[in-house]
Ligand binder design. Structure first.
Ligand SMILES: NC(=O)c1ccc[n+]([C@@H]2O[C@H](COP(=O)([O-])OP(=O)(O)OC[C@H]3O[C@@H](n4cnc5c(N)ncnc54)[C@H](O)[C@@H]3O)[C@@H](O)[C@H]2O)c1
Length: 276
């Protein structure tokens, strides 16, 4: 059975690889013998070296802007030039505003939400996933035609792809109503759209050897203020936020042969939040 999860020799591009969860996806892949490629707009070489040393795989980092097609083409050239193969793409990068820590409490409200911020958030979370899927996915489809090697795309959505944000948990005491922070509209829009992209590509590439799935994780505990954590925990049947490594099992399942008959699915992992 362990063969089902074996990723030996497989090459996995992880966008937003320098971030909190990107590194965790990379660890899960490296621990099964896969080669993670950390793609980020900020440098991630030190993290790639850490993975290479710890798991003895040729992990490497590639600095790229996934919202720029030229940059994504450069990424594909760098990966295929080095490894001559690409097996896994995890569309993980997103602008991820931490509203509970926000000092600027006004911009997030829908009435005030700046158009530039709308474009910036869509560019990373949605256009970035579209471009990486288009450019790297096309390579995977060609690879399947030429040598029968299968590919996997995993989109990282959110529980907020399934439900609306409960804006009450972002409220701050002593602020007037019009200054209360909210989870920005772009977060819901990007994450819901990623589930649509997942279904579209799963059916589009079903006969091209590429499976496409999504996960919808709930909030990860990362030192947020105690009152915020408590308010969120109250919305979750399991009564707590996720630990940072609690999505690794699902990631491993969906990028490995363990899920070989699964495509077009959005796997919700949220401590039961969306069941309530
Ligand atoms: N952390 C959570 O609680 C949580 C919960 C549900 C879903 N998610 C989703 O999981 C994913 C990862 O979240 P995280 O908490 O690790 O976020 P993070 O902010 O730590 O990481 C995101 C990474 O994306 C990179 N990035 C931004 N713009 C980019 C661009 N144009 N090109 C390349 N890279 C770019 C950033 O530099 C950053 O390293 C996101 O899609 C997020 O929405 C996170």
């Amino acid at each position: 059975m362990t063969e089902l999860f074996n990723l030996a020799g497989r090459v996995a591009v992880i966008t937003g690889g320098a971030g909190l969860l990107g590194m965790k996806h990379a660890e899960a892949i490296a621990a099964q013998g896969g080669t993670p490629v950390l793609v980020d707009i900020v440098p991630a070489s030190a993290k790639a070296r850490e993975l290479a040393d710890r798991y003895h795989v040729p992990a490497f980092a590639c600095q790229a802007n996934i919202a720029d097609p030229q940059s994504v083409r450069g990424l594909l050239d760098a990966v295929t030039g080095r490894f001559q193969r690409l097996d896994i793409l995890i569309n993980n990068a997103a602008n991820n505003p931490k509203m509970e820590n926000s000092a600027d409490v006004n911009f997030s409200r829908f009435e005030n939400f700046p158009l530039e911020q709308w474009h910036a958030d869509i560019a990373v979370g949605l256009t970035g996933a579209h471009l990486c899927s288009q450019i790297l996915g096309a390579y995977m489809a060609q690879q399947f035609r030429e040598c029968g090697r299968r590919g996997v795309i995993l989109n990282i959505a959110s529980d907020l792809a399934v439900i609306a944000p409960d804006q009450r948990i972002y409220r701050q005491p002593d602020l007037p109503e019009h200054l209360q922070p909210v989870k920005p509209v772009t977060y819901s829009v990007v994450k819901s759209a990623l589930v649509g992209l997942t279904r579209y590509l799963a059916t589009y590439w079903a006969d091209s050897g590429i499976r496409v799935n999504a996960i919808s994780p709930g909030g990860v505990y990362n030192g947020q203020p105690e009152d915020f954590v408590q308010k969120l925990a109250n919305l979750i049947p399991m009564g707590r936020m996720a630990d940072v490594d609690e999505y690794q099992g699902a990631v491993l399942f969906l990028v490995s042969d363990a899920s070989s008959y699964m495509t077009g699915h959005n796997l919700v992992i949220d401590g039961g939040r969306t069941a309530w």
